[in-house]
Design a protein around this ligand. Structure first.
Ligand code: ZN
Ligand code: ZN
Length: 267
């Protein structure tokens, strides 16, 4: 007799916001050129016995360095609102090493980190000699991850890997060389945390790639593969789209506009 796969609660926690126009969100621009802001999220996968944090965001000091990326609520506040103490987090999955996904580097002293081989090679190698690629990385975040490697706190993944029953990572590349997405089993089926493999719903739905990119062909191929990993297209969660907070139910009324429950399915 086969056992049912464990299901998880999955939360999207917004922590920052950045105003920009739609022309900045697509290769080739956007003829409508309307306001199209980015929200910034981390995600928490909560199982019966263990919690996985997906990405670690950035703090206000890092936001200030990048011209007006405003922290709405530090990620530790969002986690605490869910009863998750940062020092209790034991597992962190890093989708990629960009500053807005791999900051807050001292906040999780007891965590192991899951990263793709290709991402560490990318952010410590010759590609970082090229300013358009390097600009999205914070050298101190990268150095901190190197220290974690030497401290025995990093689990490397090469391609697709199971993290736990019902949780797996899948290498996509495209946005960065080692970009990975996270597939999670929920009561409503398989969802995919796409992170920056698709910043907005529009990138993946309309197959219009985001301009911050290492390899456009892999990004386009990723859009197809991401859909194939989710039970339904609406179960793919983009990395920066404010609509996520409208499409999914808030955890409770006081967390409206801040933390939503992805495993409940779109409302
Ligand atoms: Zn990114
Ligand atoms: Zn990002």
């Amino acid at each position: 007799m086969s056992h049912p796969i464990e299901t998880y609660r999955v939360y999207a926690i917004k922590y920052a916001h950045h105003a920009r126009r739609s022309s900045a969100n697509f290769i080739g621009g956007d003829p409508h050129d309307v306001p199209m802001p980015l929200d910034y999220f981390v995600w928490a996968i909560v199982g019966k016995e263990r919690t996985w944090l997906v990405d670690t965001g950035f703090d206000q000091a890092a936001g200030d360095k990048r011209g007006g990326r405003k922290i709405i609520r530090p990620i530790q506040e969002g986690l605490m609102a869910l009863g998750i103490r940062p020092d209790s987090v034991q597992e962190v999955i890093i989708t990629h090493m960009h500053y807005d996904h791999a900051g807050n580097r001292e906040l999780f002293p007891n965590a192991r980190y899951h990263v793709q081989d290709k991402e560490m090679a990318f952010c410590t190698g010759r590609c970082m000699c090229h300013q358009p690629l390097a600009v999205h990385f914070e050298p101190d975040d990268v150095a901190s991850m190197v220290h974690k490697v030497f401290a025995g706190r990093v689990d490397f993944h090469d391609g697709d890997d199971q993290i736990a029953p019902g949780i797996s990572v899948h290498h996509m590349g495209g946005h960065t060389a080692g970009m990975q997405v996270v597939r999670v089993h929920t009561e409503k089926g398989w969802i995919v945390l796409a992170s920056d493999a698709s910043h907005f719903y529009a990138n993946i739905q309309e197959k219009r790639p985001f301009p911050a990119v290492y390899n456009v062909a892999d990004m386009m191929e990723g859009y197809r593969r991401i859909y194939s990993l989710a039970d339904r297209p609406e179960m793919v969660i983009p990395g920066h789209d404010p609509q996520v907070l409208e499409r999914f139910p808030a955890v409770s009324r006081d967390l409206e506009g801040w933390i939503v429950r992805l495993d409940a399915g779109p409302r």
